[in-house]
Design a protein around this ligand. Structure first.
Ligand SMILES: NC(=O)c1ccc[n+]([C@@H]2O[C@H](COP(=O)([O-])OP(=O)(O)OC[C@H]3O[C@@H](n4cnc5c(N)ncnc54)[C@H](OP(=O)(O)O)[C@@H]3O)[C@@H](O)[C@H]2O)c1
Length: 275
């Protein structure tokens, strides 16, 4: 490719949440797509290869936000604090980043959200929905893309449950997990100079109940623990049971839960981990 074309295609892109599950998968994909990546974190890794530029940013403490966005064309905002101060990181942090992005003349602010945030009244989802509205109403042109749960997220929950001899689980909940690399590839495609508004959802290849997810996990790990139904009352559980966290018409990922688990399990055994 002629050098002038490469220069024209290069864009400077801020990736927030660059150390997170999605952020780590987005970094190489954005780079490979020709972005000059500015990666933001509260604690930039000191040993990382210098193929992205790191900036120290804290959305809760309100530090480093203007510097991070001052010289970029596109923002991919994947920072989140699901187990922390969601209001201050996901809502107020997004608001502050947008104000700085408007001043910097950002042409596309890509906000990563979750399928079902508008239907399931879970407090983290409510904060994500508020953030989506702030993004959509901002003067900064934006793209909002919702994804379903990552395989690794479901896996981490089952790993915690696996420690006890009987697994009490909300077996009727339905999820559509996706490989994070496949989700990242779809999201990276939206990091263009032009905003796309509300983008189509990004989901995994199959919808499975928590019972089915746990049975496959149990089989792959060669365990024999009984799974018992944990009845969960309330609107949040009812929302997940109804399939509101799924997007059956948007099966973007192709890696199934079983395939992903087998591969993760092989990697673990190769690294000397437990069965
Ligand atoms: N996990 C899923 O299954 C899933 C599914 C669909 C959509 N999503 C969405 O995808 C996005 C990324 O999720 P994830 O699972 O990758 O999250 P994650 O693994 O928990 O990573 C969170 C990231 O946010 C950063 N962060 C946290 N608090 C911060 C603060 N105060 N200031 C600056 N950065 C902060 C963390 O960086 P440092 O700790 O290094 O600062 C980290 O890089 C989120 O919008 C999430 O809602 C996730």
């Amino acid at each position: 490719m002629p050098i002038e074309v490469v220069i024209l295609m290069t864009r400077r892109t801020l990736l927030t949440g660059a150390t997170g599950t999605l952020g780590r998968a987005l970094r190489p994909r954005l780079r490979d797509a020709g972005h000059d990546v500015v990666a933001a974190s509260r604690s930039p890794p000191s040993t990382d290869r210098a193929d992205v530029e790191w900036v120290r940013t804290d959305f809760a403490a309100e530090t480093g936000i203007r510097d991070a966005v001052s010289d970029v064309d596109v923002v991919v905002h994947a920072a989140t604090a699901p187990r922390g101060d969601t209001e201050s990181v996901d809502v107020r942090g997004t608001e502050r980043l947008l104000v700085a992005a408007a001043d910097a003349g950002v042409s596309n602010f890509v906000y990563v959200s979750i399928v079902g945030v508008d239907e399931i009244p879970y407090s983290y989802y409510e904060h994500k929905l508020t953030a989506e509205r702030i993004v959509a109403e901002s003067p900064v042109p934006s793209t909002i893309v919702r994804a379903t749960q990552f395989h690794s997220f479901v896996h981490d929950i089952l790993e915690t449950i696996a420690r006890v001899p009987i697994w009490p689980l909300p077996t009727g909940i339905r999820l559509q997990p996706i490989d994070v690399g496949e989700a990242a590839a779809a999201i990276a495609d939206y990091a263009t100079p032009e905003a796309a508004g509300r983008a189509p959802d990004v989901g995994g290849p199959e919808i499975l109940t928590v019972r089915e997810l746990a049975e496959t996990y149990r089989e792959v790990r060669g365990l024999r623990r009984p799974i018992v139904r944990l009845p969960l009352p309330g609107e949040v559980a009812a929302g997940f049971r109804s399939g509101a966290a799924c997007c059956p018409d948007r099966t973007v990922g192709t890696t199934t839960w079983g395939t992903w688990l087998e591969s993760a399990h092989r990697d673990r055994l190769a690294a000397g981990g437990h069965r």
